[in-house]
Design a protein around this ligand. Structure first.
Ligand code: AMP
Length: 460
């Protein structure tokens, strides 16, 4: 029988790598909380119309990358509906904003999300068909200050903080403004005029884009086209006064906050809904797919989806690419993190007593592994050395004496420790060891967060 494999462009994430994913998500949640964002979870699939309208029919995402199917009616009351696995999350968040009347509070909505997105792209390093994004949106009625350039600067400052706290070194913030819808219409005209005499010399994709969506020509990576693209007009020259002032206010606030950026005139982003500020954070270590995250302002999106006027700004970060970057920086050690202790029962009759001991330690917040009394001591030591920093031996002798034998693998010391002091002893043995060197500090926490205190069952 042929073996079944994960579908092309999808992957299984396994330990120890998943520890790094969890650390990234925990750091993101902690930073978002400090900036007063709340979590939103929208469905993984939506009505296809949402993306057609919200992302834009002409974009690569909608025209060729979506997983779309006709969902058959199951009852007479239902209609057959075209559904799509979400290729991005902003459209879903704005749909939810409209559907739940979130703007009616008159307050800014600051929402973040984490989750899988789906695009039928050609898989390569850093590009998958199922990938994970961490993103956030600030959206609200204009009276809540949603158009303010301060919102743009605050989001960018938050991203710089998040990348720094994650330990991503050497990121670059590329910043641009694509102006208002009217600015873009003017720019499209200027581009079409400039492209007309030269487009025949360009790649087939550019020839198509020049017809359908000239802005996309700026995304072209074909080397032979670059000298032509360099001569095209810049969008900065088509911005009206209000758009120029907005952009200047964003950069002034970034300067004041000490967030470095470079102006990138070609940054127009792949989605149709962007207005004014657009940005991307890149990292040199990622190769061809070097964008860690992208985002921008989308002042007209809510209205495009049939909602009230609700300017907004947001971003989506590729979690897969954060993981790749951190792994490349060797932040994550190739050896799996070890738990503090391996509990080794001596003899099968000691199994349940050892389960109880392991439970006690776990309830005190320690991460421990439990062996099996059918193992010979040598095998217990071998397993323990692979998974833990200490081994705790618990057999008949220890039961009699009330003291447990603890051996530390790093310094080879063996001690007899009263059961009541075991948890403290194990924790201190780690603290004592860290400065000794020779061993790297494990990435995973030495202690798991405090466990639930076991409750006595409540009887009515
Ligand atoms: P976008 O929604 O296209 O602006 O993408 C935002 C971020 O999501 C990008 O900067 C990437 O980090 C990540 N991303 C987009 N597409 C993929 C993909 N196919 N595989 C992995 N990450 C992706």
């Amino acid at each position: 029988m042929s073996t079944l494999k994960a579908v092309r462009g999808t992957r299984d994430l396994l330990p120890p790598e998943t520890a790094l994913w969890n650390r990234i998500e925990a750091t993101a949640r902690s930073v978002f909380a400090r900036y007063n964002f709340g979590e939103i979870r929208t469905p993984v699939f939506e009505d296809t119309t949402l993306f057609a309208r919200g992302v834009g029919e002409e974009t690569d995402i909608v025209s060729k990358e979506m997983y779309t199917w006709e969902d058959r009616a199951r009852a007479q009351s239902e209609k057959t509906q075209s559904l799509t696995l979400r290729p991005e999350n902003t459209a879903g968040v704005v749909r939810a904003y409209i559907e739940h009347g979130l703007g009616e509070s008159g307050q800014l909505q600051k929402l973040y999300y984490l989750g899988p997105q789906f695009r039928r792209e050609r898989p390569q390093k850093g590009r998958y068909r199922q990938f994970s994004q961490i993103g956030a949106e600030v959206i609200g009625p204009p009276s809540a200050g949603s158009e303010s350039p301060l919102r743009d600067a605050e989001i960018l400052e938050m991203l710089a903080t998040l990348l720094d706290e994650l330990g991503i070194q050497g990121w670059t913030l590329h910043l641009n403004s694509v102006g208002s819808a009217a600015d873009r219409a003017r720019y499209n005209q200027a581009l079409r005029a400039a492209l007309a005499p030269v487009v025949a010399q360009m790649c087939p994709d550019c020839q198509r884009r020049a017809e359908t969506n000239p802005l996309r020509v700026l995304d072209c990576k074909v080397p032979a086209d670059q000298p032509i693209i360099e001569t095209l007009p810049m969008i900065a020259d088509s911005l009206d006064e209000a758009s120029q002032a907005h952009f200047a206010a964003v950069t002034a606030a970034l300067d004041a906050a000490g967030v470095p950026y470079t102006r990138n005139h070609r940054l127009v982003r792949g989605l149709d809904y962007y207005t004014r500020t657009t940005f991307e954070f890149t990292h040199g270590g990622l190769g061809a797919q070097n964008a860690l995250l992208g985002g921008g302002r989308y002042d007209g999106l809510s209205e495009m989806l049939g909602g009230p006027r609700a300017p907004g700004i947001g971003f989506a970060m590729g979690e897969d690419r954060l993981v790749l970057t951190l792994q490349a920086q060797e932040k994550q050690k190739s050896t799996p993190p070890k738990v503090v202790a391996y509990i080794a029962p001596v003899g099968e009759n000691m199994n349940s007593a050892n389960l109880a001991l392991a439970g006690e330690l776990r309830h005190q917040g320690l991460a421990v592994e439990l062996g099996d009394g059918s193992f010979r001591l040598k095998k217990s030591f071998e397993s323990a050395d692979k998974t833990a920093r200490n081994i705790v031996i618990f057999g008949e002798d220890e039961l009699q004496s009330g003291k447990l034998t603890v051996k530390n693998f790093a310094n080879g010391t063996q001690m007899s420790v009263p059961r009541a002091e075991l948890a403290d002893f194990l924790l201190n043995s780690d603290q004592f060891l860290e400065p000794e060197g020779g061993r790297s500090t494990p990435e995973a926490p030495l202690v798991v967060p405090p466990a639930r205190i076991p409750q006595k069952p409540i009887h009515e």
